[in-house]
Design a protein around this ligand. Structure first.
Ligand code: C2O
Length: 536
């Protein structure tokens, strides 16, 4: 294993999309940002220098950060932000992971343009558990707003209403010419006839779960969230914000150009968004006068297609890559996730109320100093550890729900002993409207042992859990009006954020954190903070 050094200069750059130009925050002037390459076992040092007026931090989404929570990145959770003119070196070792992940800004809505891929290759000499591809390509899916994204969310917070949806969906930074700006070009992926490619697909969008299709070609899914899965063939990939999916594609046509399309999956029935992002796959050296477009992007509410995809995911669970599902459970938790309506006298546009979001009816309040520091230095009064393991009210969670169920608020953490095991049922609520919630847990991978529609029933549903080869990941789509059950082992001491990866829901408060205590043995405690850790 080696040590890899990267330098991320965070700078403003003018960018033109959809025939209009605006300044965006970027890493090294690139959008999407640079891809970080490493091998399993490598140590990565990224020096981030902030040259913009926004406070900033960067998260290495899905990297386990064993004992190095100081390098995880969520602002005010594991670190204070890096201020203008300051720098911070993120220093972490990649342990027991290989595959595709991504990095992104973890403060405000800067993730919109501050993101890029992470490619972790297997250790030298270790092959993929699938046929070696001819070439690999990283495809970063995202969203584009013509206006300034900070202005979009600030306006929404003032009004109490939902923010505007984006103006385009992008593949590697480009929307493609389907937009209302005909000269806008899309990304082109060159392929050679007969060869097989590994596509590393990343959903870096702020607020859209996405379908991904390539006209005239089948995709073989081989990995999600940097864990290998049992390969299966599909026409359509479903990928939520925060998820990554590796697929093999064989260029088994003769020639021509084929449309690569992304389109939203029912994220918010209140804000219908049917835009498609377009790229082109081109058989090199062949004439391509027209584009094969028979991708038929699924309709926004194509729940059937989404379910078929999700239900096909299984851990590879091979001799080399066993699924280590916890079989005995110390903490049985049920967390409701959903939206609520709280009073807001100044919110005229929303009739004196505003949309909020919560977990177990608690709208998380961000502290003004970092939780991990408060934990390490035992600073009192920053957080409490009384996050409830169950919702405060029993009701028909997935139904219309009791009216006017207001949320409470607080900076509450749930405490876990080192190496204890957790089963967490994430239950969507329909208090305002049922919605999908891609829930991301920092510092861990978990196994999705079950999912269903309606209310979770501990008696009947738990009997059907898959404890043999459930998919292992770091971000899970809780189905609209349903639930999902995950299991993990708390073997990483520190403070670990868990939140909805739809940025608007995080902003509204759909977030909390686990506090994992140090173990008693050697190498079971959080390392001390690095000397250049930013101060608040
Ligand atoms: Cu990818 Cu807490 O985020």
């Amino acid at each position: 294993s080696r040590v890899r050094h990267y330098k991320f200069n965070v700078v403003l750059r003018k960018a033109t999309r959809l025939c209009s130009t605006k300044p965006i925050v970027t890493v090294n002037g690139q959008f999407p940002g640079p891809t970080l390459y490493a091998r399993e076992g490598d140590t990565v040092l990224v020096k981030v220098v902030n040259h913009v007026k926004y406070n900033l931090s960067i998260h290495w989404h899905g990297i386990r950060q064993l004992r190095t929570g100081w390098a995880d990145g969520p602002a005010y959770i594991t670190q204070c932000p890096i201020q203008l003119g300051q720098s911070y070196v993120y220093n972490f070792t990649i342990t027991g992971q290989r595959g595709t992940l991504f990095w992104h800004a973890h403060i405000l809505w800067l993730r919109a343009t501050v993101h890029g891929g992470i490619v972790i290759l297997p250790k030298l000499g270790v092959p993929y558990p699938f046929p070696t591809p001819h070439k690999e390509a990283v495809l970063v899916l995202a969203e584009w707003w013509k206006s300034d994204t900070e202005a979009v969310i600030n306006e929404a917070l003032k009004s109490g209403l939902a923010p505007n949806v984006s103006d385009a969906h992008t593949i590697n930074g480009l929307p493609g010419s389907i937009s209302n700006c005909p000269t806008q070009r899309g990304f082109t992926l060159p392929v050679q006839r007969g060869k097989t490619y590994l596509l590393r697909i990343i959903n870096a969008a702020l607020n859209e779960e996405l379908f991904f299709k390539v006209a005239g070609h089948k995709l073989t899914v081989v990995e999600v969230d940097a864990t290998y899965v049992k390969p299966f063939k599909t026409d359509t990939v479903l990928i939520t914000p925060g998820q990554t999916t590796n697929v093999l594609l064989t260029a088994d046509r003769k020639s021509g150009k084929y449309m690569v399309a992304i389109s939203p999956f029912m994220d918010a029935p209140i804000a219908v968004d049917n835009k498609t992002g377009i790229a082109t796959m081109h058989y090199t050296g062949t004439l391509a006068t027209s584009l094969t477009t028979n991708t038929n992007p699924p309709p926004q509410n194509a729940t059937q297609i989404a379910n078929t995809f999700t239900n096909s995911l299984r851990s590879l669970n091979s001799k080399n890559y066993p699924a280590k599902v916890p079989l005995t459970i110390d903490h049985h938790l049920l967390f409701t996730v959903g939206l609520g309506i709280n009073p807001c006298p100044s919110c005229k546009a929303a009739n004196g109320s505003r949309v909020v979001a919560s977990i177990n009816n608690i709208t998380f309040v961000m502290p003004t100093t970092a939780l991990l520091q408060a934990h390490f230095f035992k600073t009192k009064g920053v957080f409490s550890t009384d996050f409830p393991g169950n919702p405060p009210h029993k009701f028909n969670y997935s139904g219309p729900g009791p009216k006017n169920l207001q949320t409470t608020s607080g900076t509450k953490l749930y405490k876990l002993q080192y190496n204890s095991t957790v089963e967490l049922v994430l239950q969507d609520t329909g208090i305002v409207t049922p919605e999908n919630h891609p829930i991301h847990l920092h510092g861990f991978n978990f196994f999705e042992v079950g999912r269903g529609i309606g209310n979770f029933n501990p008696k009947t549903d738990a009997k059907k859990f898959n404890l043999v080869d459930p998919v292992e990941r770091n971000t899970i789509g809780v189905p609209s009006g349903g639930w999902t059950a995950i299991r993990f082992r708390a073997d990483n001491p520190g403070v670990w954020f868990m939140h909805c990866h739809l940025e608007v829901h995080t902003t509204w408060g759909l977030k909390m954190a686990f506090l994992v205590e140090n173990g008693k043995g050697p190498q079971q405690s959080l390392l001390p903070p690095p000397r250049d850790l930013p101060k608040c």
